[in-house]
Design a protein around this ligand. Sequence first.
Ligand code: G6P
Length: 526
Amino acid sequence: MSSISLWNRFQSHFLRYDDLGVSLDISRMDFADDFLSSKAEAAKNAVTQMLALEKGAIANPDEHRMVGHYWLRDSSLAPTKELADEIENTKAAILGFAADVHSGKILSSTGKKFTDLLLVGIGGSALGPQLVADSLWSSKDPIAVHFFDNTDPDGMEKVVEQLGKKLETTLVAVVSKSGGTKESRNGMLVAQDAIKKAGLDFPKHFVAVTGEGSELDKVATAEGWLKRFPMWDWVGGRTSVMSAVGLLPMALQGLDVEAFLAGAKAIDAKTRTDDLSKNASLLLALMWWHAGGGRGAKDMVVLPYKDRLLLFSRYLQQLVMESLGKELDLNGNVVNQGIAVYGNKGSTDQHAYVQQLRDGVNNFFITFVEVRKASPVAQLEVEPGVESGDYLQGFLRGTRTALHEKGRESITVSIPEFNAFYLGVLIGLYERAVGFYGTLVNINAYHQPGVEAGKKAAARVLELQAKTLAYLADNKGKAFTADQIAAAIGADAENVFHVARHIAANKPGVVYTTGANPGADTVSLA
Ligand SMILES: O=P(O)(O)OC[C@H]1O[C@H](O)[C@H](O)[C@@H](O)[C@@H]1O
């Protein structure tokens, strides 16, 4: 295409919200001229479904749940006054609690002001808070935020060591919607152990964010934790960053909660229209459909040219893949839907995998995220008249062109500057795009049945470990092969082999002897 026709294409496929300073450029997606009109009916239906969802329809039919994350930033949308009040009261309780922590009205068990927050959570109960904490960090934050987001003991120990003496002034927020997630339960126990070992009265350091009556809620009540904040069944984990899950750490870090919510509310309002040409989330969803033929055939590479947005692609990975990665459609047909998401940041990635994006397998489309104001503070001139941020813009534009020359498609989302408001805009934009896309491909974007299989399998491995250890304890000093143990306890030999290697590496007294092949290895308890 000549540069004149590209310029024309750009102008016809460039949507901007002048009042927000937000724009979406889909001109470098090579859809045919009639693509958008061919999808107009389906797009209208997606908007209709979204409006019904926002009014409280059971949009998650398998779990028979409403899907209410949009109410979190505009409680007037909630279908009942009770729900609206709960949203507002929870926000007020969070802001009040954070103010009391900052002022010193609420102090640590030793009577000192809290300086640090350790958030224990995983998946949707960590990814949003991590994105918020990292992207909006400033040296003026009254509280520094740390995370346990796994059951890796070494990872947790690293954080505990980093906290060191500051454990005395660390508040621990255990965040779990279900209140039964094992990784977070383990994290809670490790955090309690560390606080107790420091000689501190641990309940005075703990708060919970969880569903009422959950296992975690019961523990927090029984142990007399400082405070409990609610999580509701109508908010999904991956869209919970604007509930207590995200707002509590955000408020404690001293960040602008109201601006964050206002940004999401503002983009929600823009993306309720069924005028396709004016609905950025709908256009995004249609571009995903175009790129992957409605089958997720192409991966979504997310490249913000902004260090602060480093975790955005990781956040989107859960939002998009857990929402869209589904075996069945709403009619029960096997469809194996989904879109793979990865990315990091530009221009850094240009020195890594962008080589393949330009020259290698063409199985992706890029989304560039541009932040027009490079820095809130004056920049250094790196060459006469040139600042570092000019390079950032140059690399973004240059890469977009270089990729397009080779038939690689891209979308560009632009925001004027980066702050809490625009983080809210970006999250809202994608939440709605995911919802629209779910309707376009006729799947339930609000459940995650596949995740359960791994959890159940993990529980079986732990049972097998207990049985193996018990068998070895009953037969102390005797060495067994995996086959022998498997036959004795009624298990699969390969599973026993892996359990035996694990206990040998971790449990004192387990003796492991390597044979000529895995079947000849033996294990015993000394
Ligand atoms: O908040 P929790 O109940 O602890 O859940 C944490 C995460 O784990 C689950 O396995 C789900 O796949 C996620 O959607 C969820 O965000």
